[in-house]
Design a protein around this ligand. Structure first.
Ligand code: ZN
Length: 193
């Protein structure tokens, strides 16, 4: 992996990534390796929707593509992007849609599953400090709505609060716990180095 000029943020991000080796937190964590969606998977979107960055104050150029980072000794990919931010930073819905599940998991901590308006994609937000007041399953949300706050619940390191954000392509059964991971990096406007 090519190295970039070291900035304070990149040090922080690298530390967070190193510290977040166990970080996964999805119900799909047990999916067999090699199930990442190929570009031409059935039901693939012609063009990824441009999503709102879920953490205010972070620009797309600051994102690091951590989707393929090894977890559990390389047994599985990370299948998400980690966005470092101080505890209590608002977490924004990346798209319009519906809150499908508020779920407390051991690895992910306090998490939210949101479906996009078409019901083809699920958005997963993990390690939250808490939910936004009044957030409820079934609730419609708009892009930019505050749905929770950055934290370090689940297996995130307490000294490296961050948002673990994942996208899953849903199957026809539209089950929130079952989908094919898609790399969020380009959806969020990230540009490969
Ligand atoms: Zn993560």
């Amino acid at each position: 992996m090519p190295e970039h000029p070291v900035t304070r943020r990149s040090i922080g991000q690298r530390v967070a990534v190193l510290l977040c080796l166990a970080c996964a937190g999805s119900a799909w964590a047990a999916a067999p390796a090699g199930t990442s969606a190929p570009a031409a998977a059935p039901g693939a979107l012609a063009e990824p929707p441009a999503l709102l960055l879920p953490v205010p104050g972070i620009s797309a150029s600051e994102l690091r593509d951590t989707f393929g980072d090894g977890r559990d000794g390389g047994q599985r990919g990370h299948e998400a992007i980690d966005i470092l931010a101080p505890t209590g930073t608002p977490v924004l819905a990346v798209d319009d849609g519906r809150i499908v599940k508020l779920f407390l998991s051991q690895p992910g901590g306090i998490t939210v599953y949101q479906f996009d308006p078409s019901g083809r994609l699920a958005y997963y937000y993990a390690h939250l400090e808490r939910y936004a007041d009044g957030l409820a399953e079934g609730q419609a949300v708009r892009r930019g709505s505050v749905i929770g706050y950055v934290g370090a619940t689940g297996n995130a390191r307490p000294d490296a609060p961050h948002l673990h954000f994942a996208i899953f392509r849903l199957g026809p059964e539209k089950q929130w716990w079952k989908g094919e991971p898609v790399n969020p990096f380009t959806y969020l406007g990230g540009k490969p180095p």
